[in-house]
Design a protein around this ligand. Structure first.
Ligand code: AMP
Ligand code: GLY
Length: 353
Protein backbone atom coordinates (compact mmCIF):
# COMPACT_ATOMS: atom_id res chain seq x y z
CA UNK A 1 0.00 0.00 0.00
CA UNK A 2 1.09 3.56 -0.72
CA UNK A 3 -0.20 6.23 1.62
CA UNK A 4 -0.04 10.01 1.50
CA UNK A 5 -0.70 12.07 4.64
CA UNK A 6 -1.43 15.78 4.11
CA UNK A 7 -0.36 18.23 6.83
CA UNK A 8 2.63 19.25 8.91
CA UNK A 9 1.74 19.19 12.60
CA UNK A 10 2.07 16.95 15.61
CA UNK A 11 -1.24 15.38 14.58
CA UNK A 12 0.15 14.36 11.19
CA UNK A 13 3.29 13.03 12.89
CA UNK A 14 1.07 10.84 15.08
CA UNK A 15 -0.97 9.69 12.06
CA UNK A 16 2.22 8.81 10.11
CA UNK A 17 3.67 7.00 13.12
CA UNK A 18 0.47 5.00 13.57
CA UNK A 19 -0.01 4.18 9.88
CA UNK A 20 3.65 3.17 9.43
CA UNK A 21 3.15 0.32 11.91
CA UNK A 22 1.04 -1.60 9.40
CA UNK A 23 3.33 -3.97 7.48
CA UNK A 24 1.30 -3.66 4.28
CA UNK A 25 2.14 0.07 4.09
CA UNK A 26 5.22 -0.08 1.88
CA UNK A 27 5.46 3.60 0.97
CA UNK A 28 4.42 6.45 3.23
CA UNK A 29 4.61 10.10 2.18
CA UNK A 30 3.76 13.27 4.05
CA UNK A 31 3.19 16.67 2.40
CA UNK A 32 4.59 19.05 3.49
CA UNK A 33 5.52 17.19 6.72
CA UNK A 34 8.11 18.37 9.24
CA UNK A 35 11.49 17.36 10.62
CA UNK A 36 10.06 14.88 13.10
CA UNK A 37 7.83 13.25 10.51
CA UNK A 38 10.86 12.58 8.28
CA UNK A 39 11.78 9.78 10.71
CA UNK A 40 8.69 7.77 9.76
CA UNK A 41 7.65 9.05 6.31
CA UNK A 42 9.17 10.47 3.17
CA UNK A 43 8.70 14.24 3.08
CA UNK A 44 7.11 15.73 -0.04
CA UNK A 45 7.61 19.45 -0.54
CA UNK A 46 4.05 20.36 -1.52
CA UNK A 47 1.99 22.68 0.67
CA UNK A 48 -1.23 21.26 2.06
CA UNK A 49 -3.29 23.85 0.15
CA UNK A 50 -1.68 23.15 -3.27
CA UNK A 51 -4.45 20.79 -4.25
CA UNK A 52 -3.49 20.38 -7.90
CA UNK A 53 0.12 19.53 -7.07
CA UNK A 54 -1.02 17.07 -4.42
CA UNK A 55 -3.34 15.48 -6.97
CA UNK A 56 -0.55 15.16 -9.57
CA UNK A 57 1.71 13.60 -6.95
CA UNK A 58 -0.96 11.10 -5.85
CA UNK A 59 -1.77 10.14 -9.45
CA UNK A 60 1.90 9.76 -10.42
CA UNK A 61 2.73 7.65 -7.38
CA UNK A 62 -0.53 5.68 -7.61
CA UNK A 63 -1.32 6.43 -3.96
CA UNK A 64 -3.81 3.92 -2.47
CA UNK A 65 -5.03 6.17 0.33
CA UNK A 66 -4.66 9.87 1.12
CA UNK A 67 -5.35 10.97 4.70
CA UNK A 68 -6.03 14.66 5.22
CA UNK A 69 -4.98 16.08 8.61
CA UNK A 70 -5.89 19.80 8.69
CA UNK A 71 -9.08 21.70 7.85
CA UNK A 72 -7.88 24.05 5.11
CA UNK A 73 -7.48 21.50 2.29
CA UNK A 74 -10.83 19.96 3.28
CA UNK A 75 -12.60 23.30 3.05
CA UNK A 76 -10.91 23.93 -0.32
CA UNK A 77 -12.38 20.69 -1.67
CA UNK A 78 -9.43 18.26 -1.75
CA UNK A 79 -11.77 15.32 -1.16
CA UNK A 80 -14.05 16.23 -4.08
CA UNK A 81 -11.02 16.73 -6.35
CA UNK A 82 -9.38 13.40 -5.45
CA UNK A 83 -12.65 11.47 -5.73
CA UNK A 84 -13.31 13.00 -9.14
CA UNK A 85 -9.94 11.52 -10.13
CA UNK A 86 -10.81 8.10 -8.69
CA UNK A 87 -8.42 8.34 -5.76
CA UNK A 88 -9.34 7.01 -2.32
CA UNK A 89 -9.19 9.78 0.28
CA UNK A 90 -10.07 10.07 3.97
CA UNK A 91 -12.07 13.15 5.00
CA UNK A 92 -15.36 14.95 4.38
CA UNK A 93 -16.12 16.74 1.11
CA UNK A 94 -16.20 20.51 0.70
CA UNK A 95 -19.93 20.81 1.36
CA UNK A 96 -19.83 18.81 4.61
CA UNK A 97 -16.69 20.52 5.84
CA UNK A 98 -18.68 23.75 6.11
CA UNK A 99 -19.58 22.39 9.54
CA UNK A 100 -16.13 23.69 10.46
CA UNK A 101 -15.44 26.34 7.83
CA UNK A 102 -18.67 28.27 8.47
CA UNK A 103 -19.78 28.80 12.06
CA UNK A 104 -23.13 30.04 10.76
CA UNK A 105 -23.66 26.86 8.70
CA UNK A 106 -22.99 24.69 11.75
CA UNK A 107 -25.17 26.78 14.08
CA UNK A 108 -28.09 26.70 11.63
CA UNK A 109 -27.66 22.93 11.27
CA UNK A 110 -27.66 22.46 15.06
CA UNK A 111 -30.68 24.70 15.41
CA UNK A 112 -32.60 22.74 12.79
CA UNK A 113 -31.86 19.35 14.33
CA UNK A 114 -32.21 20.27 18.01
CA UNK A 115 -28.56 19.82 18.95
CA UNK A 116 -27.86 21.57 22.28
CA UNK A 117 -25.60 24.59 21.77
CA UNK A 118 -25.36 28.29 22.69
CA UNK A 119 -28.02 30.66 21.29
CA UNK A 120 -26.67 32.81 18.46
CA UNK A 121 -27.21 35.46 15.80
CA UNK A 122 -25.10 36.20 12.76
CA UNK A 123 -24.29 39.50 11.08
CA UNK A 124 -22.63 40.91 7.99
CA UNK A 125 -23.42 44.53 8.89
CA UNK A 126 -21.06 46.10 11.44
CA UNK A 127 -23.59 48.55 12.94
CA UNK A 128 -26.25 45.87 13.44
CA UNK A 129 -23.67 43.56 15.04
CA UNK A 130 -22.54 46.35 17.35
CA UNK A 131 -26.09 47.22 18.41
CA UNK A 132 -26.84 43.55 19.14
CA UNK A 133 -23.61 42.93 21.05
CA UNK A 134 -24.03 46.00 23.25
CA UNK A 135 -27.44 44.80 24.40
CA UNK A 136 -26.24 41.21 24.96
CA UNK A 137 -25.50 39.96 28.46
CA UNK A 138 -21.83 39.48 29.41
CA UNK A 139 -19.73 37.51 28.79
CA UNK A 140 -20.59 37.56 25.10
CA UNK A 141 -18.80 35.32 22.59
CA UNK A 142 -17.86 36.75 19.19
CA UNK A 143 -16.71 34.48 16.37
CA UNK A 144 -15.40 35.06 12.87
CA UNK A 145 -17.64 32.98 10.64
CA UNK A 146 -14.80 31.48 8.59
CA UNK A 147 -11.54 29.68 9.34
CA UNK A 148 -9.03 31.72 11.34
CA UNK A 149 -6.47 29.19 12.62
CA UNK A 150 -8.15 29.04 16.03
CA UNK A 151 -7.80 32.80 16.59
CA UNK A 152 -11.19 33.96 15.37
CA UNK A 153 -13.08 33.57 18.66
CA UNK A 154 -13.15 35.85 21.67
CA UNK A 155 -15.02 35.42 24.91
CA UNK A 156 -15.57 39.08 25.83
CA UNK A 157 -16.04 40.12 29.44
CA UNK A 158 -16.72 43.79 28.70
CA UNK A 159 -18.44 45.78 25.94
CA UNK A 160 -15.16 47.59 25.25
CA UNK A 161 -13.44 44.29 24.55
CA UNK A 162 -16.37 43.16 22.40
CA UNK A 163 -16.44 46.39 20.37
CA UNK A 164 -12.69 46.28 19.74
CA UNK A 165 -12.86 42.65 18.55
CA UNK A 166 -15.90 43.33 16.34
CA UNK A 167 -14.11 46.28 14.80
CA UNK A 168 -10.98 44.23 14.11
CA UNK A 169 -13.01 41.46 12.44
CA UNK A 170 -15.54 43.44 10.44
CA UNK A 171 -13.87 46.80 9.74
CA UNK A 172 -10.11 46.15 9.95
CA UNK A 173 -10.62 42.66 8.47
CA UNK A 174 -7.72 41.04 10.32
CA UNK A 175 -8.91 37.65 9.08
CA UNK A 176 -9.94 39.05 5.67
CA UNK A 177 -13.05 37.27 4.31
CA UNK A 178 -13.29 34.94 7.32
CA UNK A 179 -14.38 37.83 9.55
CA UNK A 180 -16.75 39.61 7.17
CA UNK A 181 -19.57 37.69 8.77
CA UNK A 182 -19.63 37.20 12.54
CA UNK A 183 -21.56 34.89 14.83
CA UNK A 184 -22.45 36.28 18.26
CA UNK A 185 -23.15 33.64 20.89
CA UNK A 186 -24.19 33.44 24.49
CA UNK A 187 -21.56 32.16 26.91
CA UNK A 188 -21.55 28.48 27.88
CA UNK A 189 -20.33 27.66 31.35
CA UNK A 190 -18.68 24.33 32.20
CA UNK A 191 -15.63 22.22 31.36
CA UNK A 192 -14.50 21.62 27.79
CA UNK A 193 -13.76 18.22 26.29
CA UNK A 194 -13.35 16.81 22.79
CA UNK A 195 -15.34 13.92 21.38
CA UNK A 196 -14.48 12.24 18.09
CA UNK A 197 -16.37 9.84 15.86
CA UNK A 198 -15.12 8.05 12.78
CA UNK A 199 -17.84 7.55 10.21
CA UNK A 200 -18.09 6.13 6.71
CA UNK A 201 -21.47 7.79 6.24
CA UNK A 202 -23.39 4.75 7.48
CA UNK A 203 -21.62 3.41 10.56
CA UNK A 204 -20.68 5.66 13.47
CA UNK A 205 -17.64 4.68 15.50
CA UNK A 206 -17.17 6.84 18.61
CA UNK A 207 -13.65 7.04 20.03
CA UNK A 208 -12.56 7.06 23.65
CA UNK A 209 -12.59 10.48 25.28
CA UNK A 210 -9.85 13.08 25.34
CA UNK A 211 -9.38 16.59 26.58
CA UNK A 212 -7.05 19.31 25.47
CA UNK A 213 -5.92 22.31 27.45
CA UNK A 214 -6.16 25.55 25.60
CA UNK A 215 -4.65 28.17 27.89
CA UNK A 216 -1.01 29.04 27.29
CA UNK A 217 0.16 28.98 30.92
CA UNK A 218 -0.13 26.73 33.95
CA UNK A 219 -3.28 26.82 36.08
CA UNK A 220 -5.48 27.73 33.10
CA UNK A 221 -3.94 31.18 32.76
CA UNK A 222 -2.94 33.18 29.67
CA UNK A 223 -4.51 33.38 26.23
CA UNK A 224 -6.27 30.54 24.40
CA UNK A 225 -4.04 28.54 22.06
CA UNK A 226 -4.57 25.67 19.63
CA UNK A 227 -3.94 23.36 22.60
CA UNK A 228 -0.95 23.10 24.96
CA UNK A 229 -1.47 19.44 25.69
CA UNK A 230 -4.03 16.68 25.79
CA UNK A 231 -4.75 13.44 27.54
CA UNK A 232 -6.95 10.43 27.07
CA UNK A 233 -9.25 9.24 28.53
CA UNK A 234 -10.90 12.37 29.98
CA UNK A 235 -12.49 11.73 33.39
CA UNK A 236 -15.12 14.43 32.71
CA UNK A 237 -16.69 12.11 30.11
CA UNK A 238 -17.96 9.37 32.40
CA UNK A 239 -20.39 6.73 31.17
CA UNK A 240 -23.51 8.81 31.84
CA UNK A 241 -22.07 11.86 30.07
CA UNK A 242 -21.00 9.68 27.16
CA UNK A 243 -24.51 8.32 26.83
CA UNK A 244 -25.89 11.87 26.86
CA UNK A 245 -23.41 12.85 24.12
CA UNK A 246 -24.48 9.89 21.99
CA UNK A 247 -28.23 10.42 22.49
CA UNK A 248 -28.50 14.18 22.56
CA UNK A 249 -25.77 15.14 20.08
CA UNK A 250 -24.38 12.34 17.90
CA UNK A 251 -27.86 10.85 17.22
CA UNK A 252 -29.51 14.12 16.10
CA UNK A 253 -26.43 15.14 14.09
CA UNK A 254 -26.43 11.93 12.05
CA UNK A 255 -30.23 12.09 11.63
CA UNK A 256 -29.65 15.58 10.29
CA UNK A 257 -26.96 14.32 7.89
CA UNK A 258 -29.42 11.77 6.51
CA UNK A 259 -32.23 14.30 6.12
CA UNK A 260 -29.95 16.86 4.46
CA UNK A 261 -28.34 14.25 2.19
CA UNK A 262 -24.93 14.99 3.71
CA UNK A 263 -22.57 12.10 2.94
CA UNK A 264 -20.08 12.65 5.75
CA UNK A 265 -16.97 10.46 5.66
CA UNK A 266 -13.99 10.83 7.98
CA UNK A 267 -13.74 12.19 11.48
CA UNK A 268 -16.27 14.46 13.13
CA UNK A 269 -14.77 16.38 16.02
CA UNK A 270 -17.34 17.61 18.51
CA UNK A 271 -16.04 20.33 20.82
CA UNK A 272 -18.13 20.18 23.98
CA UNK A 273 -18.90 22.24 27.04
CA UNK A 274 -20.04 19.94 29.85
CA UNK A 275 -21.88 20.93 32.98
CA UNK A 276 -23.55 18.51 35.39
CA UNK A 277 -23.05 15.69 32.83
CA UNK A 278 -25.02 17.68 30.24
CA UNK A 279 -23.04 18.33 27.04
CA UNK A 280 -23.51 21.28 24.69
CA UNK A 281 -21.68 21.79 21.40
CA UNK A 282 -19.13 24.59 21.27
CA UNK A 283 -18.07 23.78 17.72
CA UNK A 284 -17.72 21.08 15.11
CA UNK A 285 -14.46 20.35 13.33
CA UNK A 286 -14.08 18.06 10.35
CA UNK A 287 -10.77 16.48 11.27
CA UNK A 288 -8.80 15.07 14.16
CA UNK A 289 -7.87 17.48 16.95
CA UNK A 290 -4.28 18.54 17.40
CA UNK A 291 -3.03 17.65 20.04
CA UNK A 292 -5.94 15.27 20.91
CA UNK A 293 -5.01 12.91 18.05
CA UNK A 294 -1.66 12.18 19.66
CA UNK A 295 -2.86 10.59 22.95
CA UNK A 296 -5.86 8.94 21.22
CA UNK A 297 -3.83 7.27 18.47
CA UNK A 298 -1.28 6.13 21.03
CA UNK A 299 -4.02 4.34 22.97
CA UNK A 300 -5.54 2.55 19.97
CA UNK A 301 -4.87 -1.15 19.96
CA UNK A 302 -6.52 -1.68 16.57
CA UNK A 303 -4.67 -1.34 13.32
CA UNK A 304 -4.96 2.36 12.60
CA UNK A 305 -4.18 2.16 8.90
CA UNK A 306 -7.03 -0.31 8.55
CA UNK A 307 -9.36 2.07 10.42
CA UNK A 308 -8.60 4.96 8.05
CA UNK A 309 -8.75 2.67 5.01
CA UNK A 310 -12.06 1.06 5.92
CA UNK A 311 -13.60 4.45 6.73
CA UNK A 312 -12.61 5.84 3.34
CA UNK A 313 -13.86 2.64 1.60
CA UNK A 314 -17.18 2.82 3.51
CA UNK A 315 -16.52 -0.58 5.09
CA UNK A 316 -16.83 0.26 8.79
CA UNK A 317 -19.84 -2.00 9.36
CA UNK A 318 -19.05 -4.55 12.12
CA UNK A 319 -15.66 -2.93 12.79
CA UNK A 320 -14.72 -3.22 16.45
CA UNK A 321 -12.25 -0.69 17.76
CA UNK A 322 -9.86 -1.95 20.46
CA UNK A 323 -8.22 0.30 23.04
CA UNK A 324 -5.24 -0.20 25.31
CA UNK A 325 -6.31 -0.11 28.91
CA UNK A 326 -3.95 2.76 29.61
CA UNK A 327 -3.64 6.52 29.88
CA UNK A 328 -1.67 8.80 27.65
CA UNK A 329 -0.69 12.43 27.66
CA UNK A 330 0.86 14.84 25.16
CA UNK A 331 2.61 18.02 26.19
CA UNK A 332 3.17 20.77 23.62
CA UNK A 333 6.43 22.71 23.48
CA UNK A 334 5.87 25.97 21.65
CA UNK A 335 8.41 28.45 20.39
CA UNK A 336 8.75 31.81 22.11
CA UNK A 337 5.98 34.27 21.32
CA UNK A 338 3.27 31.64 20.69
CA UNK A 339 0.35 32.11 20.11
CA UNK A 340 0.71 35.82 19.20
CA UNK A 341 3.77 35.62 16.98
CA UNK A 342 6.02 32.58 17.07
CA UNK A 343 9.68 32.44 16.17
CA UNK A 344 9.81 29.96 13.33
CA UNK A 345 12.65 27.99 11.82
CA UNK A 346 14.60 27.21 14.99
CA UNK A 347 16.36 23.89 15.55
CA UNK A 348 15.16 21.37 18.10
CA UNK A 349 18.06 19.25 19.27
CA UNK A 350 18.87 16.56 21.80
CA UNK A 351 15.60 14.71 21.34
CA UNK A 352 15.65 11.04 22.17
CA UNK A 353 12.96 8.38 22.13
P1 AMP B 1 -14.41 27.61 18.78
O1 AMP B 1 -13.41 27.93 17.70
O2 AMP B 1 -15.81 27.93 18.41
O3 AMP B 1 -14.22 26.26 19.39
O4 AMP B 1 -14.01 28.55 20.02
C1 AMP B 1 -12.70 28.55 20.57
C2 AMP B 1 -12.77 28.50 22.07
O5 AMP B 1 -13.54 29.62 22.57
C3 AMP B 1 -13.49 27.28 22.62
O6 AMP B 1 -12.65 26.18 22.70
C4 AMP B 1 -13.94 27.79 23.98
O7 AMP B 1 -12.87 27.80 24.90
C5 AMP B 1 -14.32 29.22 23.69
N1 AMP B 1 -15.75 29.32 23.34
C6 AMP B 1 -16.30 29.30 22.11
N2 AMP B 1 -17.64 29.43 22.15
C7 AMP B 1 -17.96 29.55 23.45
C8 AMP B 1 -19.20 29.72 24.17
N3 AMP B 1 -20.37 29.85 23.53
N4 AMP B 1 -19.14 29.79 25.51
C9 AMP B 1 -17.97 29.70 26.17
N5 AMP B 1 -16.78 29.56 25.57
C10 AMP B 1 -16.76 29.47 24.23
N1 GLY C 1 -7.17 21.10 19.81
C1 GLY C 1 -8.08 21.94 19.14
C2 GLY C 1 -8.23 21.70 17.71
O1 GLY C 1 -7.65 20.79 17.13
O2 GLY C 1 -8.98 22.44 17.08
Amino acid sequence: MKVLVVGSGGREHAICWAVSRNKSVKELYCAPGNGGISEVAEIVKIGSENLNELLDFALNKKIDLTIVGPENPLSLGIVDLFRKNHLLIFGPNEYSSQLESSKEFSKLFMDKYGVPTATFSSFTDFDSAKRYVNKHSLPVVIKANGLAAGKGVKVCNSYDEANIFLQSLMEDKIFSKSGEKVVVESFLDGEEASFFVFTDGQTILPLDSSQDHKRLLDDDMGPNTGGMGAYSPAPIIDSETRENIMNEIVGPVFDGFKKEGIDYTGILYIGLMIKNKKPKVVEFNCRFGDPEAQPLLYRMQSDIFELFYKTAKKELKDYVLQWKNSFSVTVVLASKGYPEKSNLGGTISQLSN
